[in-house]
Design a protein around this ligand. Structure first.
Ligand code: ADP
Ligand code: ZN
Length: 724
């Protein structure tokens, strides 16, 4: 592999260290990408063997090299994946080690090599029973799993399961990483595609066969059958015996996706998200690395996994902002997906009813091919959309729903159809105010108000997670009974609904109530069974779901998203409202949408009411062009933070003063960051604006690498930032 066969460079899984050279003991076989254990001081550290020329490192004398300790029995990381790791680190100003950690999934690859042992009740019942043991026997009939999985499912402690295992109540079996799951069948269910669907799916099938890099924008209105169409591409990848990765923006969407996939392909795909248990994580990592897992559905972190022979990537709801990772390595999964496709030489499909301006721009530039599904499947019509002017159609004092919307809800209830109220605010009220002294309850760690969560009787900061019990008097003037909740959150809207319609069955859907795939599944099944009349939810309910009996959607406050006025405010509002509207009337029954607003003439609202998506996009794109904003130029934010405000300010000023003077490259600030205090750290921000003709990464690297700042100061770069 290199001239000196006994010397290799290893990228260690430790962000603080660069790559180091090691010697290869006689008889040990390593290649580029091999996953090894290497000595570092007294410790043993995992790492990956890398091309030396890609990472400069200090030369170590040959006689001082320490030997690699062990090569793990894991497939070596492929060259395309190694290039992706390098690109991600370089583009997003991250250390290669921190990207590598996502690949090796914080140890999923390294957990010990003992086989996974699963247990199952075998009919032996111990003489002495306890209520907890009774519970085990009641809940675990026909259930097989690891000890901790069984404890979780039976809702008892691990000790209870262990005790029963010692008494011989369980049979044990060793399961291989890939346990007896039959692979998905490309032709399991027969689907008759419409003409439009057939045309698009043929293009995608051919793309999979061609085994070449090509990005597609699958642009189809809500309910047009985008999933059905990209399933045809998945089927083709299965026939070619190549793997598919499907990225979803939200783990709450996983469960409905699994059901649908199973109906189409006969078996569930392998899933990847933060809700997995360590044993599942390990198993899934190994099956996708060995190539046994044919289809993986996951959150953005699934992008970096070491698939054996990836043939297709699909990014569903590709416009979603949740694809942007906001801490650690700050990457955008939609962009990394396209880069992975480039390196793997495979097609990438971005599916959306409301594509990002950036993606449409790529189509215009000729970089992506656009595939259009213009109509809803099966003759279902698009919903009727109407704006309700809150200055005319005024809600009664202390309530938030306009009379027209209340009437519509009532009629819908009488018809036995389901309704959805959308408000992108968790909790009961976004602000608690003292009527006597005017004090507003703020988070002690952040520049943010504490949000009242009445269901749990607490106030919570949505930025750092700080919680406090709901106070019974003002913390400032100590006046009792003077605190008032200001503004609505979903809990408050739900209270209003219950007052208006005591007989209605309601559900609140937010990340507070739907925090696991299992909770999402419960919600979906309840909706499908007709057990819910009115849903009140945040952006969590705007996407993906298909409920045939849901015919009315009310947008409680269309103006919130437009406040603050960041670059993407109008685009994001449009997407959210269009998506939530798309939940209405997806089957035979027509849908109706009411948008409550104080600005019925705003371009966003007008475009929604008139169904003029493309007109809105064109105007928005033009205003970006005129302003020199992305996608016509690039931005990067430099966030300087410290617990000590003057230290952070000083460093930010130093960075600003040393900014390079290059044509087409401008630095603005420093100024206090929008969240000027977060988790107890003061934050200052510089904004870099660069035209596409200059190499932003190169200039910034040259600039920042020369600077030094106090240890307690953190300097983070957010390339293509979304929140600013
Ligand atoms: P989208 O992802 O574009 O919102 P879906 O793929 O969810 O649309 O399709 C909407 C509904 O129409 C789903 O219930 C889906 O099963 C159904 N559907 C779409 N295409 C077909 C088809 N060719 N045959 C049968 N049902 C279809
Ligand atoms: Zn906070």
């Amino acid at each position: 592999m290199n001239r000196d066969h006994s010397r290799v460079r290893v990228l260690l899984l430790n962000a603080a260290l660069g790559p180091l050279d090691y010697s290869v003991p006689e008889g040990m076989h390593v290649e580029y990408g091999s996953i090894v254990m290497a000595p570092l001081g007294p410790r043993k550290i995992p790492g990956v063997v890398w091309e030396a020329e890609r990472f400069p490192a200090d030369e170590i004398d040959a006689n001082k090299l320490r030997p690699i300790l062990e090569v793990r029995e894991l497939p070596p990381l492929s060259a395309p994946l190694r290039r992706l790791i390098e690109w991600t680190a370089q583009y997003y100003f991250a250390s290669p080690a921190s990207v590598l950690r996502m690949v090796l999934s914080s140890g999923a690859a390294f957990s010990d090599k003992r086989p996974i042992v699963e247990y199952q009740l075998n009919g032996n019942v111990p003489d002495r029973m306890t209520p907890q043991r009774e519970q085990v026997f009641a809940k675990l009939v026909d259930v097989q799993g690891t000890i901790s999985e069984l404890a979780y499912k039976a809702d008892v402690s691990i000790a209870v399961i262990r005790g029963l295992e010692k008494l011989g109540a369980f049979d044990r079996s060793e399961v291989s990483a890939f346990s007896n799951i039959s692979p998905p069948q490309p032709d399991f269910a027969k689907v008759d595609l419409s003409q439009d669907q057939l045309a698009v799916s043929t293009v995608l099938r051919d793309a999979v066969k061609a085994r070449a890099f090509k990005p597609y924008l699958l642009d189809g209105v809500t309910g047009s059958g985008k999933t059905e169409v990209y399933f045809e591409a998945v089927a083709e990848a299965l026939r070619q015996d190549r793997q598919t990765l499907v990225l979803l923006p939200e783990i709450a969407l996983t469960e409905p996706f699994l059901d649908r996939f199973k109906a189409r392909f006969g078996t569930e795909p392998v899933s990847w998200h933060s809700g997995l248990k360590q044993s599942e994580r390990k198993r899934n990592w190994q099956t996708l690395a060995s190539g046994e897992a044919k289809v993986v559905v996951g959150a953005r972190s699934a992008l970096f996994l070491p698939y054996k022979n990836l043939g297709l990537i699909i990014v569903d709801e590709a416009h979603e902002n949740s694809f942007k990772q906001e801490d650690g390595v700050r990457y955008h999964a939609r962009d990394v997906a396209v880069m992975r496709g480039l390196h793997e030489k495979i097609p990438v499909v971005l599916a959306s009813a409301t594509p990002a301006i950036e993606s449409r721009h790529q189509v215009e530039q000729g970089n992506y091919e656009q595939l259009v599904l213009p109509a809803r499947f099966g003759g279902a019509t698009m919903p009727e959309i109407e704006a309700l002017d809150l200055t005319q159609d005024v809600p009664p004092k202390g309530s938030w729903l306009a009379p027209t919307l209340v009437n519509a809800l009532e009629e819908n209830l009488e018809k036995g159809e389901q309704s959805l109220l959308f408000l992108n605010r968790r909790g009961f009220a976004p602000l608690t105010l003292c009527r006597t002294c005017g004090h507003r309850i703020q988070c002690p760690n952040c520049t943010a108000w504490m949000v009242e969560h009445r269901l749990t009787r607490r106030l919570a900061c949505h930025h750092c997670g700080h919680v406090m019990p709901q106070p019974d008097k003002c913390p400032e003037c100590e006046d009792e009974d003077s605190l008032v909740a200001c503004g609505p959150g979903v809990e408050r809207i739900c209270d209003e609904v219950k007052m208006l319609f005591p007989q209605a069955r309601t559900a609140i859907v937010t990340s507070d109530t739907i925090w696991s795939p299992a909770k999402a599944a419960d919600f979906v099944h309840q909706m499908e069974a007709g057990g819910i009349d009115i849903v009140v939810g945040t952006q969590l309910v705007t996407k993906g779901y298909h409920f045939p009996n849901l015919t009315l959607v009310g947008v409680v406050d269309a103006d919130i998203g437009l406040e603050g006025g960041d670059l993407r405010a109008a685009e994001r509002s449009f997407q959210q409202i269009a998506q939530v509207s798309g939940r209405a009337g997806r089957a035979e029954k027509p849908g109706h949408v009411y948008i409550q607003t104080r600005m019925p003439n705003a371009p966003v609202i007008q475009a929604l009411v008139e169904g003029d998506r493309d007109g809105f996009y064109e105007a928005e794109t033009e205003s970006r062009r005129a302003a020199g904003a992305p996608p016509f130029a690039r931005l990067a934010a430099i966030i300087v933070s410290s617990e000590d405000n003057s230290e952070a300010m000083e460093t930010a000023r130093l960075i600003g003063q040393t900014a390079p003077k290059v044509d087409g490259f401008n630095v603005y600030g420093p100024a206090p960051a929008p969240l000027s205090m977060l988790r107890g750290r003061h934050r200052h921000r510089l904004l870099v604006h660069a035209y596409r003709s200059v190499d932003l990464q190169h200039i910034m690297r040259e600039w920042l690498v020369k600077l030094e700042w106090p240890r307690a100061v953190r300097v983070g770069v957010d390339v293509d930032p979304y929140s600013f």
